[in-house]
Design a protein around this ligand. Structure first.
Ligand code: PAF
Length: 282
């Protein structure tokens, strides 16, 4: 398996592939790969001749030093996992210096307010950091398609917006959330949960499913109040936010419009780990 750590070398390699008419998929990750990532890689492999998987824990998208330091790093395991999936994968695993060249800052984007709600409200500068690294990866690889999980649905919409405002001609593909047997959305952060918390964390998804059942009969505020009450009674999970929002604009749904698509979004703390999830409501 080819592993690149230099932007220039990866760029030369993908340019050569394109000249040979090979299509390229890009799957950006921060490593600690799990079944959710592998499902993105498999989808990318099914639609392209070659897939670039980037593994880079991006410092500019972390607003808390502690969170960045604790982010799991399992590089050797990740490579072994990818080797088992296909020979048509190349890995890009740069250092922080290679990416930021001594200036670890983000570009300030105008995301039309998509970054001002939910994750953006609770994680200062997070989406500018995501935009910066994803733009750099897209420009370096110049893929036909790039794949992102819908667990980070707000991130997906922001990446689409970034590609639009920067006129980047790469197709951005959203892929369904993969879940653990109890319903917890797969995430690299789940590794930091105790066994008990991890088993009980299906509570988050179950709550979203009840919200979905009630959507259409109860008001958005009524559902939000019910969700808050459920979490107040739960000893393991602290609710940070629950929001019903328009899928495209991410604005909170005050009045439900028949022709709009809505999603419920949630962020929860468990064992000091921040977990997010979402579910389409209609
Ligand atoms: O979703 C992630 O893992 C990261 O935010 C991404 C898209 C790889 C950018 O660092």
């Amino acid at each position: 398996m080819k592993i690149f750590d230099r932007k220039k070398e990866l760029n030369n390699f993908t340019a050569k592939q394109r000249k040979e008419d090979h299509t390229i998929g890009l799957v950006p990750t921060m490593g600690a790969l799990h079944t959710g990532h592998i499902s993105l890689v498999k989808k990318a492999l099914s639609e392209n001749d070659l897939v670039v998987v980037s593994i880079f824990v991006n410092p500019t998208q972390f607003d808390k030093k502690d969170d960045l330091e604790k982010y799991p790093r399992t590089f050797d395991k990740d490579i072994e996992l990818l080797k088992q999936v296909s020979d048509n994968i190349v890995v890009f695993a740069p250092t922080v210096d290679e990416i930021y060249e001594g200036n670890i800052t983000s570009e300030a984007y105008q995301f039309d307010g998509l970054d001002k709600v939910m994750e953006g409200e609770f994680r200062t500068g997070h989406f500018d950091g995501v935009g910066t690294i994803v733009e750099l990866l897209l420009r370096t690889v110049a893929p036909d398609k790039a794949y992102f999980g819908e667990k980070d649905f707000q991130q997906l919409q922001i990446i689409r917006k970034m590609a639009e405002i920067k006129n980047l001609p790469y197709e951005i593909i959203g892929c369904p959330i993969e879940r653990e047997p109890h319903g917890l959305a797969m995430s690299s952060r789940n590794e930091r949960l105790s066994k008990e918390t991890r088993e009980q964390a299906g509570f988050i998804h179950n709550t979203l499913q009840t919200a979905k059942t009630d959507f259409g009969t109860k008001s958005a505020i009524g559902i939000a109040d019910w969700v808050k009450a459920q979490f107040e009674q739960h000893p393991l999970f602290d609710l940070e936010y629950f929001e019903i929002a328009d899928e495209n604009t991410l604005t909170p749904a005050l009045k439900i419009q028949n022709n709009q698509k809505y999603r419920a979004f949630i962020a929860v703390y468990a064992d000091g780990v921040r977990l997010i999830d979402n579910l389409r409501l209609n």
